[in-house]
Design a protein around this ligand. Structure first.
Ligand SMILES: Cc1cc2nc3c(=O)[nH]c(=O)nc-3n(C[C@H](O)[C@H](O)[C@H](O)COP(=O)(O)O)c2cc1C
Length: 160
């Protein structure tokens, strides 16, 4: 008898980008998540305004990617977190997550505030945040690609 196929696990990427920098990092992330050998993982990229409670409830892991604005995470990402927080509070405990933050000078506040919210949700950080400051380089895109491969690979191989 053939083994039942492994169900596809959803990797949700919520991406906000006004001038394209974060979006380019997320494109590289998605490339990495589709690396050879990673199977059974479907990566979905949604803008914060298009993402809601059902998307989070259906996700096996979540990546939040956004610019640092005024020393905090971008407002649309914060709005997304405000909308999903209470409906997801009990149902998503332990959700693996990672952050991608794009800034010009300092992403520290954005990471700190977002981690605090996700700690409240009791989600689990599975990789250090990818914080990219200044103009994008090939190295930054490589790091985003590697993060995508790591997060998706971790799902494919049941590491988280
Ligand atoms: C209103 C506003 C506030 C910003 N505040 C910060 C900030 O506090 N720290 C920082 O490093 N960059 C800040 N930036 C710069 C953006 O984070 C940076 O340009 C980022 O690359 C934009 O990402 P995007 O290209 O994906 O839109 C700010 C930009 C804007 C428009």
């Amino acid at each position: 008898m053939e083994a039942a196929p492994t169900p596809t696990r959803q990797l949700l990427v919520v991406c906000q980008s006004r001038s394209g920098g974060t979006a380019r990092l997320v494109e590289a992330f998605v490339e990495g998540a589709a690396s050879e050998g990673i199977e059974g993982v479907a990566t979905r990229v949604l803008a914060p305004l298009d993402a809601g409670v059902d998307d989070v409830l259906g996700a096996a892991a979540v990546v939040l990617a956004a610019p640092a604005n005024f020393g905090m995470i971008n407002g649309l990402m914060k709005d997304f977190l405000e909308r999903i927080y209470h409906p997801c509070l009990e149902a998503t405990v332990g959700t693996p997550y990672a952050l991608v933050v794009k800034g010009d000078t300092d992403g520290t506040g954005a990471v700190r505030d977002t981690d605090k919210i996700l700690t409240g949700l009791r989600w689990k950080p599975v990789q250090p945040p990818l914080v990219v400051i200044g103009p994008l380089t090939g190295e930054h895109l490589d790091a985003a690609r590697e993060l995508g491969a790591t997060i998706a690979g971790g799902l494919a191989f049941d590491l988280w």
